[in-house]
Design a protein around this ligand. Structure first.
Ligand SMILES: *[C@@H]1O[C@H](CO)[C@@H](O)[C@H](O)[C@H]1NC(C)=O
Ligand SMILES: *[C@@H]1O[C@H](CO)[C@@H](O)[C@H](O)[C@H]1NC(C)=O
Ligand SMILES: *[C@@H]1O[C@H](CO)[C@@H](O)[C@H](O)[C@H]1NC(C)=O
Ligand SMILES: *[C@@H]1O[C@H](CO)[C@@H](O)[C@H](O)[C@H]1NC(C)=O
Ligand SMILES: *[C@@H]1O[C@H](CO)[C@@H](O)[C@H](O)[C@H]1NC(C)=O
Ligand SMILES: *[C@@H]1O[C@H](CO)[C@@H](O)[C@H](O)[C@H]1NC(C)=O
Ligand SMILES: *[C@@H]1O[C@H](CO)[C@@H](O)[C@H](O)[C@H]1NC(C)=O
Ligand SMILES: *[C@@H]1O[C@H](CO)[C@@H](O)[C@H](O)[C@H]1NC(C)=O
Ligand SMILES: *[C@@H]1O[C@H](CO)[C@@H](O)[C@H](O)[C@H]1NC(C)=O
Ligand SMILES: *[C@@H]1O[C@H](CO)[C@@H](O)[C@H](O)[C@H]1NC(C)=O
Length: 503
C-alpha cells in the first residue's frame, strides 16, 4: 500500500514538475516585423519598360502595382533625389541640394569624393532615412536595416547608421547585391534584417554616354530586366520571402537626349571671377559674394534662349528649392535637353543624355513598381510624388509616421488595406451606418430636418415679401445672385493639370 501511494505521489509530482517547467514557456517569439526591400535603378525613365518591351518589368505589374510614373523633386539628380526617397523630404529641407554642394556656413564644398561626411547629411534634425526609422522603432527587437550603396550609406546621419551596410562599389554587380541582401534577410532571427535597401548605378551611366534611345540602352535595359527575373526567382523559391517580403522598385530620375549644339559655356556669358558656381551640366547654383553683382549676372543670363534663370527669391514654388543656405543667389537651369559647361568642365567629354531639369518634364520622371503581400495586384496606378514613398514605406513597416513632406493619403490607393470604394460600396456603407444609429434615431433626425425645411421655407417667403415692398434692397439681391461673380474660381486650373502638359 505504502509503495503504491509513493508511486502515485511520484507520478503526481512528475506531472506537477512537467507542468511548472512547461507552462511558463508561453512561446515568447516576438512578432516578426514586416519585411521590405527597396531597390533603385539609377536613371530608369518611367517609359523604358514600354519603349523597350521589358518582359520581367511587365510581369511586375501583373504581380502587383505599377505607378504610371513618379513625380520627383527638383533638382532631378542622383544624390538629392535618392535622399528624398528615403527621407520623404524636399531637397531644400534635407539639404542635399546637388551632387556638388557649396555650404557658405560651413565654408566647405562637397564633391563625389567628400560628400560621405556626416555634416552634409545631418544639416537638420528632420533628416532620418527609412533605415534609421526602422531601427528606432521600439515595437520589436528584431528590426535591423541592411543598405547597399545607397547615397548616404557610409556615414552616420544625425548619429545613426544602418545595422549592416556596404559602400558604393562600381564593380559590384546587381546579382551580388541581391545575394548579400538575401543572406542578410535569411540570417537567424537575432541578426537578420527586415529592411533591405539597394542602389544600382544603371541605366544612368548608359543614358549619359549613349542617350535614352540607343542600342546600348536596349542592351543595358535587357540586363536590368534579367536582374529583375533573377529577383523574382529568388523570392519564389523561398516560402518565407514569398509570403512576407514586400518589394519596391523605383528610381531617382529619368533621362533626356542631349543634342550636340544644345550646350553653352558659362564663361561666354558671365564674368566667372565675380561668383562661385556649383552644380552639374543641367543646372548650377551661383553664389555671388558682392550682392550688387547679382543683378548684373542675372541680366546677362536672362537673355539666353532655352535656359531659365531665377534669383533665389523667385525660384518657382513647385521646385521646393529655395529655403536653404546651400542654394545659390542665382539658379541657372537648362531647358529639358540643354546643358551648361562650367569653367572647370572638360567640354571634350560629351554627354548624349542628361537629367537634372525641371521636375515637371515628362522625361525626368522615374519608374515605380511594388509587389508583395501589402500591394494590390495587376494595377496601373495614378502617379504620386517621390516624397510620398517614405510614408508608404513607414506604413508597410508599421512605423509611427514622422512629419515629412510626403502624404500617405496620396499613396494608399495602391494598398490592399484600402480597397477602391465603388458607388454600391458607399450605399452599403450608408445603410450599415443607418442600422448602427438605429431607425428611431434616424427617424427623429429626418423629422427635425423636415421641420427645419418647412420653417425655412416659411421664413424665406416672409423675408422675400419684405424685400419686395422695399425696392431699394433689390439691387443688392441682384448683385449677389449675378452669374459672373463667385464663378471665377472655376476658371483657375489646378497645378496638377498644368504639370502634365510640360514636355
Ligand atoms: C515558437 O513558435 C514558433 C512557431 O510559431 C516555433 O518555430 C518556435 O520554435 C517556438 N519556440 C519555442 C521556444 O517553442
Ligand atoms: C532591343 O534588342 C532586341 C534584341 O536584342 C530587339 O529584338 C529589339 O527590337 C530591340 N528593341 C529596341 C526598342 O530597339
Ligand atoms: C515583347 O516581348 C515578348 C516576350 O519577350 C514578346 O512575346 C512580344 O511579342 C514582344 N512585343 C513586342 C511589341 O515586341
Ligand atoms: C573659406 O575657406 C577657404 C579655404 O578653403 C579660405 O581661403 C577662406 O578664407 C574661407 N572663408 C571664410 C569666410 O572663412
Ligand atoms: C570618404 O571617402 C573617401 C574616399 O572614398 C575615404 O578616403 C574617406 O575615408 C571617407 N570618409 C568617411 C568619413 O567615410
Ligand atoms: C526606443 O527606446 C529607446 C530606449 O528605450 C528610446 O531612447 C527611444 O527614444 C525609443 N524610440 C522611439 C522611436 O520610441
Ligand atoms: C542645332 O543644329 C540643328 C541642325 O543640326 C539646327 O537645326 C538647330 O537650329 C541648331 N540649334 C542651335 C541652338 O544652334
Ligand atoms: C555681361 O556680359 C558682358 C558682355 O558679354 C560682359 O562684358 C560682362 O562682364 C558680363 N557681366 C557680368 C556681370 O558677368
Ligand atoms: C579632356 O578630355 C580629353 C578626353 O576626353 C582629354 O584628352 C583631355 O586631356 C582633357 N583635358 C583636360 C584639360 O583635362
Ligand atoms: C517639409 O517638411 C519639413 C519638416 O517637417 C517642414 O519643416 C517644411 O516646412 C516642409 N516644407 C513644406 C513646403 O511644407
Amino acid at each position: 500500500m505504502f509503495n503504491l501511494k509513493k508511486i502515485f505521489s511520484l507520478i503526481l509530482l512528475s506531472i506537477y514538475i512537467s507542468f511548472i517547467s512547461c507552462s511558463p514557456i508561453i512561446n515568447q517569439t516576438l512578432s516578426t516585423p514586416p519585411l521590405l526591400l527597396l531597390i533603385s535603378f539609377d536613371g530608369f525613365r518611367w517609359d523604358y519598360p514600354d519603349l523597350y518591351n521589358l518582359t520581367n518589368f511587365n510581369l511586375l505589374m501583373k504581380r502587383g502595382v505599377r505607378v504610371k510614373h513618379i513625380k520627383n523633386s527638383f533638382a532631378t539628380v542622383t544624390f538629392p533625389s535618392h535622399f528624398t526617397i528615403v527621407t520623404g523630404l524636399y531637397e531644400e529641407t534635407h539639404g542635399i541640394v546637388a551632387n556638388t554642394i557649396y555650404d557658405p556656413q560651413l565654408n566647405a564644398t562637397a564633391t563625389l569624393d567628400t560628400i560621405n561626411d556626416t555634416k552634409w547629411w545631418s544639416q537638420n534634425p528632420y533628416s532620418q532615412p527609412i533605415w534609421v526609422s526602422n531601427q528606432l522603432s521600439n515595437d520589436s527587437n528584431q528590426r535591423r536595416s541592411g543598405v547597399i550603396a545607397w547615397p548616404g550609406v557610409n556615414t552616420p546621419i544625425n548619429g545613426h547608421r544602418p545595422s549592416k551596410y556596404l559602400p558604393y562599389d562600381p564593380t559590384r554587380k546587381l546579382d551580388e547585391s541581391f545575394q548579400q541582401i538575401f543572406d542578410w534577410f535569411r540570417e537567424s532571427d537575432r541578426t537578420r534584417i527586415n529592411l533591405g535597401v539597394i542602389y544600382h548605378n544603371e541605366p544612368d551611366e548608359t543614358g549619359h554616354e549613349y542617350g535614352p534611345i540607343s542600342n546600348e540602352m536596349n542592351k543595358t535595359l535587357q540586363d536590368c530586366d534579367n536582374y529583375v527575373g533573377q529577383l523574382l526567382q529568388i523570392i519564389d523559391n523561398d516560402e518565407y520571402l514569398k509570403t512576407n517580403l514586400n518589394v519596391i522598385i523605383t528610381s531617382d530620375h529619368g533621362m533626356e537626349e542631349i543634342k550636340k549644339n544644345h550646350t553653352l559655356k558659362l564663361k561666354d556669358y558671365i564674368d566667372t571671377s565675380l561668383c562661385e558656381v556649383y552644380g552639374s551640366r543641367s543646372f548650377v547654383n551661383i553664389f555671388v559674394p558682392k550682392k550688387e553683382n547679382i543683378e548684373r549676372i542675372y541680366k546677362n543670363l536672362s537673355v539666353i534662349p532655352n535656359y531659365e534663370v531665377y534669383k533665389k527669391s523667385d525660384i518657382p514654388n513647385e521646385y521646393h528649392y529655395r529655403s536653404n543656405v546651400r542654394i545659390g543667389d542665382i539658379l541657372f537651369v537648362g531647358k529639358n535637353g540643354y546643358d551648361i559647361y562650367l569653367p572647370d568642365d572638360n567640354s571634350s567629354t560629351e554627354l548624349h543624355g542628361d537629367h537634372g531639369y525641371d521636375n515637371r518634364a515628362k522625361s525626368m520622371h522615374p519608374i515605380f513598381y511594388g509587389f508583395g503581400p501589402v500591394f494590390k495586384e495587376n494595377m496601373l496606378a495614378k502617379p504620386f510624388r517621390s516624397v510620398d514613398i517614405y510614408p508608404l514605406m513607414s506604413y508597410i513597416l508599421k512605423i509611427k509616421e514622422r512629419q515629412t513632406n510626403g502624404s500617405f493619403d496620396d499613396v494608399k490607393h495602391i494598398l490592399k488595406d484600402f480597397p477602391e470604394e465603388t458607388f454600391s460600396d458607399k450605399i452599403n456603407l450608408f445603410i450599415s451606418k443607418i442600422k448602427d444609429w438605429g431607425f428611431l434615431t434616424v427617424g427623429c433626425i429626418i423629422i427635425v430636418i423636415l421641420i427645419s425645411i418647412v420653417y425655412t421655407a416659411v421664413a424665406c417667403r416672409y423675408s422675400q415679401r419684405s424685400i419686395y415692398v422695399q425696392p431699394h434692397y433689390a439691387p443688392v439681391r441682384y448683385r449677389l445672385l449675378s452669374h459672373t461673380e463667385g464663378s471665377t474660381n472655376n476658371l483657375v486650373a489646378s497645378d496638377s493639370e498644368n504639370e502634365e502638359e510640360l514636355q
